[in-house]
Design a protein around this ligand. Structure first.
Ligand SMILES: *[C@@H]1O[C@H](CO)[C@@H](O)[C@H](O)[C@H]1NC(C)=O
Ligand SMILES: *[C@@H]1O[C@H](CO)[C@@H](O)[C@H](O)[C@H]1NC(C)=O
Ligand SMILES: *[C@@H]1O[C@H](CO)[C@@H](O)[C@H](O)[C@H]1NC(C)=O
Length: 353
């Protein structure tokens, strides 16, 4: 929170300048030109081969646990390591370190291969300190070129009642760049999926939770996914953390479904320049009046956040237009968010992932 406050003060100066020159919501219009990454930044460094290992909780494979299999991968790994994770419940907390790129978790189906743990933000770690949200993830991936297919990730800590503190409980955290998720399930309540940093592509995934159940400062495309709320009174789907107008981060939900119980905000301005777009998405009749939340009113994030919609549908689709600072985009404005190019996917979403 301390860091957040510093950012808010800096952003206020930027926002004042920008809003005196430009219409509100012109958040892409940075006062100074943004630095572009140097050439080569997007280069896909291909793995040099494939290795397959089998994880089986009942003893029929090379490893009994997923962490054991991850531990067997050498540092500075250069081959695509496909871990076939057989049907079963893997009750363990898993970390894939940053030094181990190119790991694939291949489950046997998201209903039958499940990794689960149950840490909450207020639980104490080995050092006696509270874990805090980011360290609660049942599975944490810090490495680049990670892939998961046909597997579910759960945090089984009980859901908080409204107003309870310290019950954030992350099921999965992705902090590595160029990650691909296909046919995966993410199950939790508050803060299920920590889409922390890097470029990510989620395809055909199911994500369940109650409050801010997709959150972080990743640059991610969610395509053909279901976002399912279990909120009892108020809940929220996405909280995006972009805090600088030059950051290219944001969440794009394309051809998704928003279902479950509500009332539900579809997006919240976690960062001053939070960026969330829904396109071609179905909204069930669970949307809260207003549809979007500016997080705390005091920091005026409604003036700098970019909350866009494009050709959504369903009984809740009108409610998503409930505040003037969330707007229907035209095709030109929506286009950057609609496809793999939003995450530079043509460079790294190769057939081998
Ligand atoms: C991995 O690479 C880093 C950076 O190049 C190097 O410092 C480290 O010693 C390497 N580790 C191993 C086990 O080779
Ligand atoms: C996922 O599992 C289903 C069956 O549960 C199977 O038909 C499909 O081919 C699998 N896909 C991948 C990418 O593993
Ligand atoms: C928010 O806007 C109000 C009214 O324009 C202003 O008084 C206040 O200082 C602003 N707060 C921040 C943190 O920018």
């Amino acid at each position: 929170m301390v860091r957040e406050r510093v950012v808010v003060v800096m952003a206020f100066a930027v926002a004042t300048l920008a809003t005196s020159l430009l219409p509100p919501l012109a958040c892409q219009a940075a006062p100074a030109p943004c630095e572009r990454p140097t050439r080569g930044h997007h280069q896909y460094r291909q793995p040099v081969g494939v290795r397959r290992i089998v994880v089986d909780a009942s003893g029929g494979g090379d490893f009994l646990s997923i962490q054991q299999a991850v531990n067997s991968v050498p540092e500075n790994n250069t081959v695509r390591v496909i871990m076939q994770i057989n049907a079963g419940s893997y009750i363990e907390k898993v970390v894939v370190p940053a030094t181990k790129p190119y790991i694939t978790f291949q489950g046997a189906g998201r209903d039958v291969t499940v990794v689960e743990w149950h840490d909450r933000a207020s639980d104490r770690g080995p050092d006696g300190q509270q874990l805090r949200t980011y360290n609660t993830a049942s599975v944490t991936v810090l490495s680049n070129y990670f892939t998961a297919k046909n597997i579910s990730f759960k945090n089984t800590a009980p859901a908080p009642m409204p107003g309870m503190q310290g019950w954030q409980a992350v099921a999965f955290r992705i902090s590595g760049d160029k990650a691909f998720f296909f046919g995966c399930g993410f199950y939790g309540a508050q803060d299920t999926l920590c889409d922390d940093a890097g470029r990510h592509y989620f395809r055909d995934c199911y994500i369940e939770g109650s409050i801010d159940f997709v959150f972080g400062n990743g640059r991610s495309l969610y395509k053909d996914c279901e976002l399912h709320s279990t909120a009892q009174r108020f809940g929220s789907v996405a909280a995006q953390g972009r805090h600088d107008p030059c950051e290219r981060t944001g969440f794009a939900f394309v051809n998704c479904r928003v279902t479950g119980t509500g009332r539900l905000y579809v997006g919240r301005a976690m960062g001053q320049y939070s960026r969330i777009v829904y396109a071609y998405t179905y909204f069930d009749s669970v949307i809260a009046p207003g549809g979007w939340d500016d997080w705390d009113h005091a920091s005026n994030k409604s003036m700098t956040a970019f909350f866009g919609m494009y050709r959504n549908w369903g009984p809740g689709a009108d409610a998503v237009h409930g505040v003037p600072w969330a707007r229907e985009l035209d095709y030109f404005a929506a286009r950057p968010f609609l496809g793999k190019s939003f995450v530079n996917g043509f460079h790294w979403l190769t057939p081998d992932v």
